[in-house]
Design a protein around this ligand. Structure first.
Ligand code: SF4
Length: 436
């Protein structure tokens, strides 16, 4: 039999998922190499990683949040959670922390390789758990910890911008970046190079532009990617490879793939019936199955708050000024971490503004036991949304790490009932094409 000719669609459609998985594997291979040669590494978090500065010192970056979610997807989290709880950590604290403690107690052993020990940790106050989590590494390894204080908004919808007196008062963030640079110089024994920072920021700019274009392209019906599943792969690259040529190339390819799909109306499902927004953190212990509960009904997640707060600030498309790199990095950090905090605490206004442009039929809230930072307030956010707009919502609880509190049968029942209700709402099904 003659082999079928490959079409451009074979090469382009699905490329971002294949390349994303490969890049993440390569990243973990580098971490394994660093662990095996006892090389230095920096531990960071997704909200304000400052990968831009760490890259200037060629420090491999470890995102313990990403390590932990990988242990849940790969089904080793239950053992790690038990080990951390036996060690003394409470069952009700953030599961990411406990899985990481388990990995540290095992000398860095991880299902994707080996995690190097930290030489320093960098964090912001975007989540209060970050602060206590870094203290664990400080106690275990005696490393320096750089905590960057980012002043949040004072109330929902009060983000300020350059020129506003409140924003100008908050520019003190830049001094903390100078302290971070001094710490990196001390830890690595290398001098900071501002031209290297310019280069890294240039790559980060291209990635942020790409991320915004990709989010925008999902207004298309049918949706060109699933925010819950595909989106998580893109987030891995957005964080781990931020400011690198490989990250830049990945996002250029991703835009090309999504544009290709959009122009040809190639969706993620053979029949898209319901367009949904996901609010919260995914259910990693049953990641694929959880998504299938929705796709089996023709439901696709066209957007999510996760794509904002876990994207390392890329969602706003902030462009660093390469003539003024450090001040601009501080400004971008202030804007993006603030936005990340708002997308966890005050996401209701933003969700409301997405309903028409993305032709949304329903909003799914997924509060989780492990993460109070994201979950507290979701019930109030939902109440606000329902009072503002006639849009069906679903409120389902489980966890992003702990299988003991994930009831598949109960989730499925609630999700099925939600879709039965949606199917009966012919008015909603006729929402039609996305519009401004
Ligand atoms: S509490 Fe939530 S936001 Fe904070 S580290 Fe844990 S999962 Fe992340």
């Amino acid at each position: 039999m003659t082999p079928r000719q490959r079409s451009p669609a074979d090469d382009i459609v699905g490329r971002a998922n294949r390349d994303g998985a490969r890049l993440v594997r390569e990243w973990f291979a580098e971490l394994t190499q660093a662990a095996e040669s006892d090389a230095q590494a920096a531990y960071v978090f997704v909200m304000g990683s400052l990968n831009e500065i760490l890259k200037c010192f060629d420090l491999p970056v470890v995102f313990p949040e990403i390590n932990s979610l990988q242990t849940a997807v790969r089904q080793v989290a239950p053992e790690l959670l038990n080990e951390a709880e036996d060690y003394g950590y409470s069952p009700d604290i953030c599961g990411y922390v406990k899985a990481d403690v388990g990995v540290q107690l095992r000398g860095g052993e991880h299902p994707m390789g080996r995690i190097p020990k930290p030489s320093l940790a960098v964090l912001t106050n975007a989540c209060n758990t970050y602060i206590k989590w870094a203290e664990i590494w400080q106690r275990m390894y005696g490393i320096p910890v750089c905590t960057i204080d980012i002043p949040g908004t004072r109330a929902a919808g009060t983000q300020t911008w350059p020129g506003h007196p409140d924003f100008e008062n908050d520019r003190y963030v830049v001094e903390q970046l100078r302290e971070l640079i001094a710490t990196c110089e001390r830890v690595t024994g290398r001098k900071f190079d501002i031209d290297r920072l310019r280069e890294v920021l240039g790559h980060a700019n291209a990635m942020s532009r790409g991320w915004c274009q990709v989010l925008e392209l999902n207004r298309q019906r049918p949706a060109v990617f699933n925010a819950l599943t595909d989106g998580t792969i893109y987030l891995g690259v957005a964080n781990g490879l931020r400011g690198t040529p490989a990250g830049r190339e990945y996002f250029a390819d991703l835009v090309e793939e999504m544009t290709y799909k959009s122009e040809r109306r190639i969706g993620t499902l053979s029949e898209e019936r319901f367009r949904l927004i996901f609010v919260g953190v995914p259910c990693y212990p049953i990641f694929r199955r959880f998504n299938e509960f929705f796709t089996e009904w023709g439901g696709v997640f066209v957007h999510s708050t996760y794509l904002w707060f876990a994207s390392g600030g890329s969602n706003l498309g902030y462009q660093y000024d390469l003539d003024n790199p450090l001040a601009s990095l501080a400004e971008g950090l202030l804007i993006s971490v603030r936005d990340a905090m708002d997308s966890m605490f005050h996401q209701q206004q933003a969700i409301l503004s997405l309903i028409d442009p993305y032709a949304v039929n329903g909003v799914v809230y997924h509060p989780i036991k492990s993460c109070r930072t994201v979950s507290t307030g979701l019930a109030d956010g939902r109440k606000f949304l329902m009072a503002s707009r006639d849009i069906p919502t679903l409120f389902i609880e489980s966890d992003m790490m702990d299988k003991r509190v994930v009831s598949e049968a109960q989730l499925k029942n609630r999700i099925d009932a939600f879709f039965e209700g949606l199917s009966a709402r012919s008015d909603l099904l006729s929402i039609g094409e996305p519009r401004d």
